[in-house]
Design a protein around this ligand. Sequence first.
Ligand code: SF4
Length: 776
Amino acid sequence: PASARSFASGKSLPPTYERLFAKYTDVRKVLATQRLTLAEKILYSHLDNVEESLLTNTSGGRDIRGNANLRLKPDRVNMQDASAQMALLQFMSCNLERPAIPASIHCDHLIVGSRGAGQDLDAGIAANSEVFDFLESAARKYGMEFWPPGAGIIHQTVLENYALPGLMMLGTDSHSPNAGGLCTVTIGVGGADAVEALVGAPWELKAPRILGVELTGRLGGWASPKDVILRLAGELTVRGGTGSIIEYFGDGVETLSLTGQSTICNMGAEVGATTSIFPYTQASARYLHATRRARAVDDVDALQSFPGPGASEDARFRFEADAGAEYDRVIKIDLSELEPHINGPFTPDLATPLSKFKDVVRDQKWPEKLSAGLIGSCTNSSYEDMTRVESLLKEAAEAGLKPAAGFYITPGSEQIRATLERDGTLDTLEGAGGILLSNACGPCIGQWRRQDGVEKGTSNAILSSYNRNFRGRNDGNPETMNFLASPEVVTAMAFAGSTTFNPVTDTLPTPSGKPFKFSPPHGLEGPRTPFESGLPSLGVLSQDADPSVQVAISPSSDRLAFLDPFPPFPQSDLAGLRVLVKVTGKCTTDTISAAGPWLKYKGHLPNISTNTLNTAVNAETGQVNAAYDLDGSRHTIPELAALWKARGQEWLVVAEHNYGEGSAREHAALQPRYLGARVVLTKSFARIHETNLKKQGVVPLTFANEADYDKIAAGDQVATVGLYDMLQNEGKGHVQLRVKKGTGEDILIPTNHAVTRDQAGFILAGSALNLLSKGI
Ligand code: SF4
């Protein structure tokens, strides 16, 4: 009871911290002597059943990391407009009145950046009104918070409004770990995972390893928080953080702004980390005050001073790692020695220190002319970022200089935009010739309609303060070389219009003839008075669930369609399946469900399914996207799948290694299931995709003997042996496939599987949602 957890002052913990503290007490009972990192404290304090996860799956709680299956109960879910569509459609199929935990929807990905904020926003709303209306009506019906187009980018809005130290959140976007700057554990997931949390079911995660980054010293000169993660990405590479949480610690942490910490956490996604986290610092408290959440500072103080289990001082819940906590690996970065970096092109881990960039550009024959500099986005649009940029702009204006390259600014939220406007920074940015884009993702996600005459196919270089730089990511032009840097470096180089300019050492010519050299940037960590809220029309819509609201989906829509539940598994083994296609080589989630123009159909399963496996290579013919019907007629793979679906012919796909690598894209599992896939048989699977298949009721099997891949062919008839028993025995038992060849020959192919107890239940029910909607 709250009264039992009161202070001498009579102050009690808020319900969130009540729960956190109660679970933490359970964690300490199980792991009495273990020193925990901060990430572990928060993560394990969100377990559904502490003992079950930490003890029974491990030997005495000693080998949790990398081994235990954690069944977690997150505090909230945040969704962006592109991924929210399928998440909400799945949630709706559960027939619940409201989500079990708070949730928010953010309209940010669908707005194209082109001519400037006002025009772009109007055009974006007009082009996507159907999707926005759907999202808003769903928000009203289920009592989710709705942030309209123009309100801001999900991660900035979440940081400003929802992130609180100690929370565990899921976000349907890979940069959700941005909120780790404010001491939360926030993990990017697919829509089906989000729905599990929304219906109140435990969400499963293999216990991550903990990668420690020790920061010492203090940033100086041109170095910024962005350079911490740019430098780290160079060391870890795009896969170095896989399966790990990155936890920052050390004296240097105290010297960083809260928003700087968030920038670093945001880009942990670029090294594949599960999430990233910083401890609570004075900067966290200052940010909470600036965002008008002073009450949260009191609550944190209350929790941190509340007597812990056994009332010993070191058993209190502190928003930092226990002294002596062990990390699986530690990387040290001395901030005082850190140099600005520029990463790219085409991959975020190709890191070059600024002092060497000029030489690398010339060696590699990259374009020396810079066509555009873009600052802001969810990664780098903080008050600190923008006021540091402002210091450069003012100096350059005094010298009579204007940017020589296109200069674009994307505020992360209406709140930051309005505050910059109030404090005069926006005037400086626009006065310098900067084009203010809407508070939305825009050029960061390919939603950039360039007006600067750079045509598709033209080789050119751009520099952004964003987080990702895959080929074609910004303007859809594969010939645009996209480099990542801090907003300050982007700005200075935009003035030079050159990729070989080093603002630390080089000068620019001025109208007066006197060479101009930038001083190192300086700015304010946050506004002197709390942030402005901005335009009321861009504020949040927040209301209780209203079951009377009709969710807006037109029956004639080609972008949205209600989901019908998948039928349950038959009460027997599967018989009469046919191999639709045998594919060879890499088969990523992009191969199975392409992105790009197909993003438009994310809320329409029948329409997006027409891209299924459309870049897969047929192992028997070497052709891309070719499959053959039993009469020998040639079709595209999705066409044949649709034909077979219409005929009631269920099927399986045969593939090679690491099937489904890439992203957590749930469409890659939903689409085959929708078209009639019952089994996917491979040499191996990417872990997340394998799980996604099971969640949608498809059985992933691997060859016990890889050589059997050569024995099975498209069109073969397949029956399962032992599958139904295995599912009924909660995942225990072996499965074989009886394959009837076109020649009449019968062969038996032994397989392996990794179906757990829960997953067997999902498959039997037809999908995870079928089961969850019954049980909650
Ligand atoms: Fe993703 Fe870019 Fe939008 Fe951030 S700004 S949420 S990285 S698309």
